[in-house]
Design a protein around this ligand. Structure first.
Ligand code: ADP
Length: 750
């Protein structure tokens, strides 16, 4: 049903029922309609599908959409059919005759958009059949699967280069949510974009900004502290996903939350199909409010009303983090993305890194072991046993699993799945020497380094003192970077603090913090030093004798969050430097040393909650900004709240932007409680920065004045803050924890 009108806006209204394009869509669509090749990098939920579905309507021929998400194809096709767009899919769920009949419908011009699974291109017959058709656009979804540097490499994608040549090099658009520059370059190379007579592709990096997401990192002492924080978040945010790095953590946390009567489901890769579907359905239908899951959960999660995504463990890269965190707030409403950071968790990711990147010795040792074990024919031996024959100490089983995969890809061995998570392994005859397998060990080493760099960047994110949104946008190379977002805990907490000369009261706190850093000898970052200051008895502190640091326990009363904020502020104030190639570590600067010696004074935005205890009452840690809910004790003026909402609606419509971009609900709520009366007071409200105060302040203040004026004077005293978290001895994750995931990897890739 080719459209006669090729005006993208008209098509947008008519077929998709949307009034406006989302950020970036219009530019991308215009380029594709003009026939240019394009590389589109947009986050999950950014509206990538429309970028090829709409141009497909403006073209005469067929648009092929290559997608690895077979499970979603039917839904996508049904959704298109519901919009009156004739579409179909071709994947392994169909019989040969069904495929044949769909090809016939393509030939007759009946189908406009056809989804195809990448493995179809293994079949020369299939490619041959496509050659007779008019393929106008080749849209490659999840294009990062092409790149060995991506997190989800699919060897089938490598066949697409040849298929494109055989199809006479149609126009190509490659789309992905998670591409760093290196993956981007790889996609260009693999698809030969800008070659074979095609112009250089247009590259769009857009839409990564998610202003409705409040980004936050909480430094936590261990599992008990994580649970405490999760309960706080659940109280306020209710619906969302908690991602864990290991299956074991999923199961443990799931039990803990069930014991707290949280309506939750668990989900990970070791569950069978039925159990997974059940968990997913329960969560999607709203029967469960919380999903506790590994990264296996998420592909195709289309629940747009998730109010939070918590990361229980640090993931392996910023891409993985943002993709998962980005599942929150897809409806545009304010939502929270919080990373619970405990340095010990990095060890899990380091283990994965080793597992995904076996050394040359492990690859050679694995091949030698398989040669010995298979000398008399195929074996049905678990990886653990093969690993025990590899030598080189106690090799990481996951690394041996990866080595076997590489050997199988090099056609040295064959591993066949036998069901029930078992494989047979056999040698390919004639048996070759390792040198004949053509391994590029330098490239493997390079990949290992790159994975290491990705991990360092997410660790840097966890320790970032500046704007977290900015960090993410910089990382992806999205040019839409603002200085400060007002929607991450770092910006929010800076906003309420003003740098001022350190008073006599605060001097000792500053001195102790500087002493702790000096005593740690430039070897540790803010997380560990704040634990030292708070007097943590955690293994990470005790194992490296940090309890003998001169400032150990000096800020026990103020707590670890306070200590962390103070270290951050001291870095901002130039008293401390954050540096380090591998992991960000703290050291004192010249100014810091002078302050310690009493020859200089510093100007510091002291965090709240730090004044030395005047009485013996133990003071609590500063809560993260969002949990601070500054005026929870004050009643909300409901009339004012409603007035503000109505005003926001009109304002948003006038400016043709979503309502949350004016102010989110939390900001309206705070306005209706605090009822500020001046521009300065307005700036104290979360979500109102100088630009918004300038632009909208007058109108808001007028509404507040009309509603009966400010309330601050009559405000009741604030609730006392929560007690400082207690520190539990927390072992670093055991290898057992991690092997749990190692067999998941094996299952997935094997
Ligand atoms: P992605 O593939 O980038 O993850 P989708 O293509 O699935 O994102 O789109 C995410 C959501 O946004 C879908 O629900 C889609 O209907 C919606 N959407 C896409 N474009 C628009 C638009 N211009 N206006 C409103 N909603 C849109």
């Amino acid at each position: 049903m080719p459209s006669t009108a090729a005006d993208p806006r008209e098509l947008l209204h008519r077929h998709f029922g949307h009034r406006e394009f989302l950020e970036g869509q219009e530019e991308v669509i215009s380029a594709i309609v003009r026939g240019e090749d394009a590389l589109v990098i947009m986050p999950t939920g950014g509206g990538k599908s429309l970028c090829y579905q709409l141009p497909a309507l403006a073209k005469d021929g067929i648009t092929l959409v290559i997608s690895p998400l077979i499970a979603l194809m039917k839904d996508q096709v049904d959704a298109l059919a519901a919009k009156g767009i004739p579409a179909a899919f071709i994947n392994s769920s169909l019989t040969q005759s069904e495929i044949g009949s769909r090809l016939a419908r393509m030939r007759s011009g009946e189908l406009k958009i056809v989804y195809v699974a990448p493995e179809r291109f293994k079949s020369p017959r299939f490619v041959e059949a496509l050659r007779d058709l008019k393929i106008d656009l080749f849209a490659l979804d999840e294009a990062h699967c092409l790149s060995q540097w991506g997190h989800d490499f699919r060897p089938d994608y490598l066949r697409l280069k040849r298929a494109l040549v055989e199809l006479g090099r149609p126009q190509v658009v490659a789309l992905t949510a998670t591409a760093t520059p290196i993956v981007r370059d790889d996609i260009r190379v693999q698809l030969e974009l800008g070659q074979r007579g095609r112009k250089d592709p247009r590259v769009f990096v857009t839409g990564f900004a998610r202003p409705n997401l409040t980004l936050a990192v909480s430094q936590v002492a261990g599992k008990a502290d994580k649970l405490r924080r999760i309960k706080e978040v659940l109280k306020e945010y209710k619906t969302g996903i908690i991602y864990c790095a290991t299956r074991k953590n999923v199961e443990r946390l799931y039990k803990e939350l069930r014991a707290e009567k949280v309506r939750c489901v668990a989900y990970h890769g070791a569950f069978d199909e039925e159990k997974r579907t059940k968990a997913q359905t329960k969560f999607m239908s709203g029967d469960a409010e919380v999903a506790v899951a590994t990264n296996a959960f998420g592909m195709g999660i289309d629940r747009s009303d998730l109010r939070f995504v918590i990361h229980y463990d640090i993931p392996g890269s910023v891409e993985a983090y943002y993709q998962e965190a980005g599942r929150a707030g897809r409806d545009g409403e304010p939502s929270r993305c919080e990373l619970l950071f405990n340095y010990a968790d990095v060890k899990t990711q380091e283990f994965f890194l080793d597992g995904a990147n076996p050394t040359r010795e492990i690859i050679e040792g694995s091949y030698a072991a398989v040669k010995r074990l298979c000398a008399r024919g195929p074996i049905r031996t678990p990886i653990a046993k093969i690993a025990s024959k590899v030598g080189h100490g106690r090799p990481n089983q996951m690394a041996v699993g990866t080595a076997l995969r590489l050997l199988s890809r090099a056609d040295a061995i064959v591993r066949s799945y036998q069901g029930s998570r078992t494989y047979t392994t056999e040698l390919v005859e004639p048996v070759k020497d390792i040198e004949e397998l053509g391994f590029d060990f330098d490239a493997l080493e390079l990949k290992r380094e790159r994975d290491g760099e990705k991990l360092r960047r997410i660790i840097a994110y966890a320790g970032e003192a500046g704007c977290l949104h900015r960090f993410i946008l910089d990382y992806f190379g999205d040019p839409h970077v603002k200085d400060r977002c007002g929607a991450c805990d770092n910006c929010a907490s800076h906003k309420v603090r003003v740098a001022r000369p350190v008073t006599a009261d605060d001097r000792e706190l500053v001195r102790q913090a500087l002493l702790a850093v000096r005593g740690a000898d430039g070897r540790f970052g803010r997380g560990r030093i704040s634990q030292v200051l708070a007097g943590s008895r955690s293994k990470q502190v005790l194992d490296v004798r940090l309890d003998s640091n001169p400032a150990y326990g000096a800020l026990k009363e103020q707590g670890v969050d306070y200590a962390f904020s103070l270290l951050t502020e001291l870095a901002q104030a130039g008293c401390l430097a954050i540096s380090g190639d591998k992991y960000p570590v703290l050291s004192t600067t010249e100014l810091g040393r002078a302050v310690l010696e009493g020859t200089a004074s510093a100007t510091v935005a002291m965090p709240d909650g730090g004044a030395p205890a005047a009485s013996s009452v133990k003071r609590g840690a500063t809560k993260p900004a969002s949990a601070r809910s500054a005026d929870a004790g004050e009643p909300r003026n409901e009339d004012l709240f409603e007035q503000l909402r109505a005003w926001r609606f009109k304002r948003a419509r006038k400016s043709r932007i979503p309502a949350y971009m004016i102010f989110n609900d939390a900001t309206l709520d705070e306005l209706a409680r605090v009822r500020p009366s001046t521009q300065d007071e307005l700036l104290q409200i979360k979500g109102i920065g100088p630009a918004k105060a300038r632009k909208l302040g007058k109108e808001v203040l007028a509404m507040i004045a009309e509603s009966g004026g400010p309330s601050a004077a009559e405000a009741p005293a604030r609730e006392p803050e929560a007690a400082a978290p207690e520190f539990f001895r927390e072992p670093v994750p055991s290898e057992e924890d991690i092997y749990f995931v190692a067999d998941a990897e094996e299952e997935f890739n094997g």
